[in-house]
Design a protein around this ligand. Structure first.
Ligand code: ZN
Length: 391
């Protein structure tokens, strides 16, 4: 059984700390103190300096069977294959320390219905404190239960909510794990994400020709009209089951008596499939370039691939272990694809085979965000099953 009192106290304590992206110092220090008190070492990288934030990404290594080490009767009584377990590669659990806004001065409660909520004026911060607390609680439970376990690497990233900035500057070469779980998506534990899209950001700068709109409009080229023509030709929204596209912002022009000389447009596209991602990107650029060419305007295009897609086969060990762990705690595993990005998009690019796991958080990125203590407890049980050295 999970020590739910301790778990609830931990969540309330961490959720009371302000941790907007790039200002994660308070929660990072609290997490470091927890880990240090357990006798573990925490290394903080140089992300603070590189990103202009207050805090770096934290990495903590937990040796195999750490929960048995240093205990008076720690001799390898738990099973015949303790030496073999020592040689297992570590499993990575990754979470992020920052939260979206509004998050300052959070008042967080555990209701009589066993659900954590804010007072409604801020987010709760279960994204991603549910993951962070579950990892810390896992260590407490391993210690209490003297349970043998695989070696672990625990990563706590910063600035995840602002385009995965923290993980993007993290040196993934220091990781020894080849498999791992990012604890960072909504829904009750038991669901795991096995595919996520890549993401391309587009920026169009359309240059027309300014002119007096009343006296000589025929000498001008409206950059706004050109941008509108380009956008109207684009396939947007849901392109196919794996691909989406959207215009984010259109900006330009000035007074109504001036034919707008300039207009900028930002857009994005996403796809689970790398080829469709490039095809959709190309399509959007072509539409805008053709509109410019036909009207005598010009357009400068900048594209940036924010992150790359990943896909894990349900038969791969990382997915099989998750399914076995779900069964072990009496849940049926659900494997899904998602439309959003996470730190795993960056970690998988570095060769990690991984999944993103549902952590119980609900209605994230809103002031109605909430988390049930039962789901949080289930998440800890799931982690306990995942670190079982026989899995
Ligand atoms: Zn998150």
């Amino acid at each position: 059984m999970i020590d739910e009192k301790r778990l609830a106290k931990l969540f309330l304590r961490l959720a009371a700390l302000d941790a907007p992206s790039l200002e994660e110092r308070l929660v990072a220090d609290a997490v470091t103190a927890e880990l240090t008190a357990l006798g573990l070492e925490v290394v903080e990288d140089d992300a603070a300096g590189r990103l202009g934030g207050t805090t770096g990404n934290l990495l903590c290594r937990v040796p195999a069977n750490w929960a048995l080490l240093g205990l008076p009767d720690a001799e390898p009584s738990p099973g015949p294959d303790v030496t073999l377990r020592q040689e297992q590669a570590p499993l990575l659990f990754s979470t992020h320390l920052d939260t979206v806004q509004p998050c300052r001065g959070k008042q967080v409660f555990l209701g009589r219905d066993r659900v954590f909520r804010s007072d409604g004026t801020t987010i709760l911060g279960a994204d991603d404190l549910a993951g962070v607390c579950a990892v810390l609680a896992l260590l407490h439970e391993l210690r209490d239960g003297k349970q043998p376990h695989r070696p672990l690497e625990l990563l706590f990233s910063v600035a995840e909510e602002v385009h995965l900035q923290g993980i993007s500057v993290f040196d993934t070469r220091v990781l020894m794990a080849r498999e791992g779980y990012v604890l960072d998506t909504s829904g009750a534990p038991g669901t795991g994400v096995i595919a996520a899209p890549g993401h391309v950001h587009l920026h169009f700068d359309v240059q027309g020709r300014p002119a007096h709109a009343g006296i000589a409009p025929e000498t001008g080229i409206s950059a706004i009209a050109v941008a509108a023509m380009g956008i109207a030709r684009m396939n947007l929204g849901r392109i196919d089951p794996e691909t989406t596209a959207n215009i984010g912002r259109i900006e330009g022009g000035g007074e109504t008596n001036i034919v707008a000389g300039r207009c900028t447009v930002t857009a994005e596209c996403r796809s689970l499939d790398p080829d469709r991602l490039s095809a959709q990107t190309r399509h959007m650029i072509d539409c805008m370039e053709q509109a410019a060419a036909e009207t005598g305007a010009s357009v400068t295009v900048q594209t940036h691939q924010s992150y790359h897609p990943y896909r894990v086969d349900p038969d791969q060990p990382v997915a099989r272990r998750f399914q076995a762990a779900c069964t072990a705690i009496g849940k049926s595993a659900r494997l899904i694809a998602t439309g959003g990005g996470s730190d795993l998009n960056v970690l998988s690019r570095a060769g990690l085979s991984g999944m993103v796991l549902s952590c119980g958080m609900q209605q994230v990125h809103s002031n109605a965000e909430h988390l049930s203590l039962d789901d949080l407890s289930d998440l800890v049980l799931l982690l306990l099953a995942l670190v079982d050295s026989s899995c």
